[in-house]
Design a protein around this ligand. Structure first.
Ligand code: BG6
Length: 509
């Protein structure tokens, strides 16, 4: 196990939802697993007027996200964790003099002997990232002559290529690239990391991992929930910015990348950047028309219950043209993937929550069992969530006369590793940042390469001619024409039944 040096974690936006929902529970798990350094404190910072005790009550003792866990633990153990948490009110604005904050940090550092190592976690709206970095620098809180300083920033990282570049430039004025950790919680998922292991520590997959054997690659990210209470944010973002530009392109980069020369962060990230740069950018309107589909869920009835359409959700413009479904077909311009189509979709209000990668292999070059009934391809299914695992679908002979072929499965599920504790994404990522390991964090050039691919699609959807917004009933696998993206008679693999009888297919703008 790597050693974690003594340090302090300063969370900006500490009164917000992410801190209570993800960050504190992740730290709590690390505490229970004895993974936190000996001398460690968390200083929550935001604009709410709160005492240390009120903060502890909010994120630990009264937290909905910890209540089940707390019931099973004794008081002193919980107190041991809560006592590590402190709070500092910044006043009216994040854009202020951080002298007072610096003084508090110095006091905590002296009292708890945390050393000068500090992580600043920005869990605020992205518009504040540069402001906070600037004010930290003005107060001399970014210097590394007395312990390292790291900056973790949440997504979204930029709103477009241009804004992402500006943000990188802005942050680089105050923090160097190795100090900046751009978090993408999909990279913290065990099964996403397992993609690297599946590919590069087995000899049976990699020889087939190319255009000679792979017919096409399909990636689905489906959520059964709608936009919930985040209508205000989501309506300005949409599926492409919210999920595709970051989480899904990160998965794509791990599927596409070449073997790195080693397991060091820069070796792996260099290959991911190369992979993202090799995605063929779609420039002309016809290509964009033919290869992208956007859609929005409309109201329906699921299991006898009425489900709201997207435009009826709170804080969503009733005439909104923001997509809740995005499906993109694209090619990768390099030696390995030439001519292999990739189909990637993400959506809300689907029949189930699932994220999976499906590698479809080419049929055998010469079919000898023509009447076998086995016309389907071999598939490798990598299930990211839920039922995390790997499944291979292949043909076997049906016992008896002749050569009738049936489809069989070879599978592995993480749940079968009964004794293994699988860390939550935020737990893993926080611990990595605490130890200075940036492998699972996105680098500046990686984020920009992803935006370079996404930008023309966003521009086309916003300004192009003949761009359609399709409707799909909440609870079905997207608009009826979604399969039209596929070459030949291909179609999406839908892992589950539609929940609504009415496909609700329509063109809504
Ligand atoms: C977030 C998106 O990044 O990921 C949300 O902003 C989405 O809209 C969430 O619901 C999905 O994460 P997970 O881990 O539940 O698949």
């Amino acid at each position: 196990m790597k050693k974690t040096e003594n340090q302090m974690l300063v969370i900006f936006g500490a009164s917000g939802d992410l801190t209570a929902r993800k960050l504190i529970p992740a730290l709590f798990n690390l505490y229970l697993a004895k993974q936190l350094p000996n001398n460690f404190v968390v200083l929550g910072v935001s604009r709410s007027d709160m005492t240390d005790d009120a903060f502890r009550k909010h994120v630990v003792y009264d937290s909905d996200y910890l209540k089940h866990k707390l019931k099973k633990l004794d008081e002193t153990e919980v107190k041991g964790f809560a006592d590590k948490l402190y709070y500092e009110d910044l006043g009216k604005s994040y854009d202020t003099d951080y002298k007072g904050l610096r003084k508090r940090v110095e006091e905590l550092k002296a009292a708890h002997d945390t050393s000068g190592n500090i992580i600043y976690y920005l869990s605020t709206p992205p518009t504040l990232y540069e402001t906070i970095a600037h004010n930290l620098a003005d107060a001399g809180m970014n210097t590394q002559n007395n312990g390292w300083k790291r900056l973790i920033v949440e997504k979204p990282f930029g709103y477009s290529l241009e804004t992402a570049k500006n943000l990188n430039k802005g942050l680089h004025q105050y923090f160097t690239e190795p100090q900046i950790y751009r978090i993408d919680h999909y990279l913290g998922k065990e099964t996403v990391q397992n993609l690297l292991v599946t590919r590069f520590s087995n000899s049976i997959f990699e020889p087939l991992w190319n255009r000679n054997y792979i017919q096409h690659v399909e990636i689905t990210n489906a959520e059964s929930v709608g936009v919930e209470k985040r209508g205000g944010y989501y309506d300005k973002s949409g599926a492409l910015r919210d999920m595709f530009q970051n989480h899904l392109l990160q998965i794509v980069s791990l599927v596409v990348m070449e073997p790195p020369i080693g397991d060091q962060p820069e070796e792996i990230r260099n290959e991911k950047v190369k992979a993202l740069k090799s995605l063929r950018v779609m420039e002309d309107e016809q290509t964009l028309f033919d290869n992208t589909i956007r859609a929005q869920y409309v109201g329906s009835v699921v299991n006898g219950k009425k489900v709201k359409g997207y435009r009826e959700e709170d804080d969503v413009d009733p005439n909104s043209t923001t997509e809740t479904y995005a499906a993109i077909k694209f090619y990768v311009d390099n030696w390995r993937w030439h001519g292999v189509p990739f189909y990637v979709r993400t959506a809300k209000r689907m029949p189930t929550k699932v994220t999976e990668i499906v590698i479809h292999f080419k049929p055998p070059h010469h079919q000898i069992f023509k009447d076998s009934g086995m016309h389907r391809d071999n598939k490798l299914i990598i299930r990211i969530q839920p039922d995390e695992g790997i499944l291979i679908k292949f043909g076997v002979k049906v016992p008896g006369q002749g050569f009738k072929v049936e489809r069989a499965n070879l599978d592995f599920y993480y749940s079968s590793l009964a004794q293994t504790y699988v860390m939550e994404a935020y737990e893993r990522l926080l611990l990595d940042a605490m130890q200075g390991d940036a492998t699972l964090y996105a680098r500046a050039d990686e984020v920009e390469a992803a935006w370079e691919f996404v930008d023309p699609i966003l521009n086309y959807w916003q300004n192009g001619k003949d761009v359609r917004m399709y409707g799909y009933s909440a609870g079905v696998w997207g608009p009826e024409n979604a399969d039209e993206l596929f070459e030949g008679d291909g179609f999406w693999r839908n892992p589950g039944e539609n929940l609504s009888d009415d496909p609700g297919y329509c063109v809504i703008c």
